[in-house]
Design a protein around this ligand. Structure first.
Ligand code: ZN
Ligand code: FE
Length: 238
């Protein structure tokens, strides 16, 4: 089994600490802040670092963690010029392991041109970085709406029950935007209610599931590139 521990970092980032329950091997996804990870490890060894993309809030802690721990670092091979300390360059479709758990690399350009996600099929766990958010999707800093659309389509072949570990807590503002665009949308209203209840208890709205996003995420629901582009433009100005 893959245990996932959600760590808070910076204002609204999540860092994910993964542990294979059988082998006790530990990996971290997108360690933007080394101190947060070191504290959570609490004396244990870090074996692997998985990177989704080059932004500082996702890679800022990598060099320091590599100084302290003897760990492998996985990153997308098309981003060699801007990912730190990577030891294993990965491409779309590559498999990697955390203990006895397997993850597939899924290339998902859009937010950046070198963005990947990691899908543990046996655990139905997707680490999507800044591609998909609860109720939202990543900003298009480098890629086009078409890139993002095609990236989101790739997620649609995964299990609807798959848990989605998004790297930011942007949920409530995403739902506010969605309701501005679709004021009477029942699925969004329901999802917003659930999110408010979680936040009121100080809990993350992450993970969501792909099934939930298929219902209540207006970006993930978009049927055409044009629809997605229109929503993304409107959200950028929201
Ligand atoms: Zn980012
Ligand atoms: Fe980010």
């Amino acid at each position: 089994m893959l245990n996932v521990n959600i760590l808070n970092a910076f204002e609204d980032n999540y860092i994910f600490l993964l542990e294979c329950s059988k082998t006790a091997e530990i990996a971290v996804v997108d360690p933007g802040d080394a101190d947060v990870v070191i504290k959570a490890l609490n004396g244990r060894e870090l074996d692997k670092i998985l990177l989704t993309h080059h932004h500082y809030d996702h890679v800022g802690g990598v060099d320091r963690l590599c100084e302290i721990y003897n760990c492998d670092v996985y990153g997308y091979k098309g981003d060699k010029h801007r990912l730190p300390s990577v030891t294993h360059w990965v491409d779309d479709g590559d498999l990697l392991k955390v203990g006895d758990r397997s993850a597939k690399v899924i290339f998902v350009p859009g937010h950046t041109l070198g963005h990947v996600s990691y899908y543990f099929a046996g655990d139905e766990a997707l680490f999507c970085g800044d591609t998909l958010f609860v109720g939202g999707c990543g900003r298009l800093f480098e890629g086009s709406a078409e890139d993002m659309f095609n990236s989101l389509v790739k997620y649609k072949s995964l299990a609807l029950s798959a848990k989605v570990y998004c790297a930011h807590e942007y949920t409530l503002s995403n739902y506010e935007f969605a309701l501005k665009m679709f004021p009477d949308d029942r699925s969004v209203l329901e999802a917003k209610k659930r999110a408010i209840a979680l936040r009121a208890k100080g809990l993350p709205t992450v993970p969501t599931t792909l099934g939930n996003e298929a219902l209540s995420n207006v970006f993930y629901r978009a049927k055409t590139v044009e629809d997605l582009a229109r929503l993304r433009c409107a959200k950028d100005k929201f």
